[in-house]
Design a protein. Structure first.
Lengths: 389, 259
């Protein structure tokens, strides 16, 4: 308030250059530290209308986009022996895309007007970007899947060509389909999602590939696919899983450090997010992948039923993660102090002030747990391999 | 034309505010704050027994859609239902809106809201129909104290700045404009609020953010980083598939030599 009094006392300057002084005064107000005051604890934001359908749609589209990308990679680089994986990837992409789109339409409050989203393209709206990628993606994926089905039944010579022609652009769009939901969440005023910028979109991108690899792993395990195929999927799951876990820890670190995510630290969503992403999504699947990878590609070192646990947990964890993301975000908009902390100008004085951000984050513990799991898995796999010899 | 139905009416805290916030059916709302003790009356402390003549400890603000120069809701709307009118205001076309509600978390002031009965988003139109007919908005027309004023934005900003100056001269040093260019409420790409206010306390006291940020500014960066990550993992996966397939081919050749 002292700053404001000073401005008022500079009366001569006010008359000389009133605009400049007004600006200076207004900026000084914006730089004063937030005292925690609210308007009768009433939330200044309106909660999002997202529900479980949104979470399920994000999950389906994420897996669908990743599956189409992996199908194209395996088709181009893997050759004919991996055809069944390409086919499964394309079926997953079409199925996930159709279900995801149906869920997105079902959550609209005036469903019969869903096509109004195709009236125009807006590059400032992640939802518009998403819908313009999902629509041709689902069409391309469905045609590619039909081509694969015809090819599997030996119908027509043009079926393989159709699968390839429609599968390739669908895979390019698939990268956006599995990523855009992170941008859609970040580009809002929901404090929890906004403070995670710019890590949500890359997190969803990594999750799309690792989720698709997990889904393909289940198919490979249940259909007794050759060991080389399973090893290949294992390595893709391991690489994408490590990237996904690193990004998840970065997001969790933000949520534990940012004053604007204050509600999250003390809520049940904190534990559920750790369970979904770190426990179900990382530690168990990465450990099983590491055991299998270190155990060698020439023989199975883990029981087939046990090998299914990793990918199955990964997929269940992915769905739980999306539900936590949506419902924790809804709760976050009801916290006036979190939003007012978020809507502050960065100031050097405030940065030095110790606040909730000084709380120790359990990220180091997560990192250690995941690293230890991968290391333990690798050592176990190596020992099993040696015993086998 | 039916009037908008009343919201669930009850008082908030120690104030006379009975609508508490803007909603799909409440397009104007007056915030009442009695300042005494430590905070806005809820924080305890004693109510003063003596005041200067013609003064009170009440703060009031008539809240409404800010009709931002760069509006988060308009930029987020994927259907084009939200549009900028010839008067510079932002209006929802009810015959286009499909109720996706993405405009709701994109508004930094919690203005636009979804009506669950009709399934569409609603907010103040600044009486678009009246403006087209050459009239001023109903709120400005009916305000008995002329606290709500309507006119050319440049002229209004100049008038408000002169008023702030006058208040400073009278000893009300805390007066400032919320939403005028360069001030609180216009940060992060929003630039200017066409419905701005003269306030006497920090914006949070009136349930307004000090430095909101336009969400669309994050889209390019976010999607770019996401797609780069996707490309990097796809490349790594291609290397894995390529090397595994190459090793398998070599193995098959070893098992069944061609000569």
């Amino acid at each position: 308030m002292a700053a404001l009094v000073n401005v008022a006392m500079r009366e001569d300057q006010v008359h000389r250059d009133d605009t400049r002084v007004h600006l200076a005064q207004q900026q000084e107000i914006a730089l004063l530290p937030y005292s925690g005051i609210t308007y009768y604890d009433i939330a200044p934001l309106k909660p999002t209308a997202y529900k479980w359908e949104t979470a399920a749609a994000f999950f389906c589209n994420n897996i669908a986009g990743g599956s189409q990308v992996l199908a194209l990679i395996i088709e181009q680089m893997g050759g004919p022996p991996n055809r069944c994986l390409v086919r499964t990837g394309r079926y997953l992409a079409a199925g996930g895309g159709i279900v995801g789109t149906a869920l997105l339409i079902s959550e609209l409050h005036t469903r019969q007007r869903w096509f109004n989203m195709l009236r125009l393209y807006k590059r400032t709206s992640p939802m518009s970007i998403g819908i313009w990628c999902i629509t041709p993606f689902v069409a391309g994926s469905t045609l590619a899947a039909l081509g694969e089905a015809a090819r599997a039944r030996g119908h027509g010579k043009s079926a393989p060509l159709a699968a390839k022609v429609f599968g390739m652009p669908a895979a390019v769009l698939g990268t956006v389909v599995m990523t855009y939901m992170g941008t859609e969440l970040e580009a809002t005023h929901v404090p929890l999602w906004a403070v995670a910028h710019p890590w949500l979109a890359p997190f969803y991108a990594a999750s799309g590939i690792s989720g698709a690899a997990a889904a393909l792993q289940i198919q490979a395990e249940t259909s007794a696919a050759p060991l080389t195929q399973r090893s290949m999927l294992n390595r893709i799951a391991l690489i994408s899983g490590i990237v996904e876990t690193t990004l998840a820890m970065r997001i969790a670190q933000r949520w534990h450090a940012a004053p604007a995510a204050g509600f999250f630290r003390g809520s049940v969503y904190n534990g559920l997010f750790c369970l979904a992403v770190i426990g179900m999504g990382s530690i168990v699947p990465l450990m099983i992948n590491a055991v299998q990878e270190a155990g060698g590609r020439r023989r199975n070192v883990i029981d087939p039923r046990l090998r299914l646990i990793g990918p199955a947990l990964k997929l269940a964890g992915g769905l739980l993660r999306d539900l936590v993301m949506i419902y924790a975000g809804k709760q976050s908009t009801n916290q006036p102090r979190d939003y007012f902390q978020y809507a502050q100008l960065p100031s050097p004085q405030r940065a030095q002030k110790p606040g909730p951000s000084a709380e120790p984050a359990p990220i180091a513990h997560f990192g250690l747990a995941v690293g230890a799991a991968v290391l333990a898995g690798a050592v176990l796999g190596w020992r099993l391999q040696k015993r086998g010899r | 034309v039916e009037p908008l139905p009343a919201d669930d009416i009850r008082l908030s805290g120690t104030s006379y505010d009975n609508t508490r916030h803007l909603s799909a059916t409440t397009w104007r709302h007056v915030a009442f704050i009695e300042k005494f003790g430590n905070g806005n009356g809820n924080g305890g402390g004693a109510r003063p027994t003596r005041l200067k003549p013609f003064q009170s400890n009440w703060l009031m603000m008539s809240d409404v859609c800010k009709h931002c120069r760069r509006a988060g809701c308009l930029e987020a709307c994927p259907t084009g239902a939200l549009f900028r009118t010839e008067f510079g205001t932002v209006v929802v076309q009810q015959d286009i809106c499909n109720g996706c509600a993405y405009c709701v978390p994109a508004c930094p002031f919690g203005v636009i809201a979804l009506n669950m009965e009709s399934g569409k988003a609603y907010k103040c139109t600044l009486c678009y129909d009246r403006l087209k007919g050459g009239f001023e908005p109903a709120c400005a027309k009916t305000c008995p104290t002329n606290s709500i004023q309507f006119g050319e934005i440049g002229e209004l900003v100049g008038r408000a700045r002169r008023r702030v100056e006058r208040l400073h001269q009278l000893g009300v040093a805390s007066a400032y404009l919320y939403g005028a260019p360069g001030g609180p409420g216009t940060t992060g790409g929003i630039e200017q609020l066409f419905c701005f206010s003269l306030l006497l306390d920090r914006p949070e006291t009136y349930n307004l953010p000090v430095a909101p940020k336009l969400p669309s500014r994050r889209v390019k960066n976010s999607l770019g980083v996401g797609l780069l990550t996707a490309a990097a993992i796809a490349l790594a996966s291609a290397v894995v598939v390529g090397t595994t397939a190459g090793a398998a081919r070599k193995e098959r050749r070893r098992a069944w030599p061609l000569w």
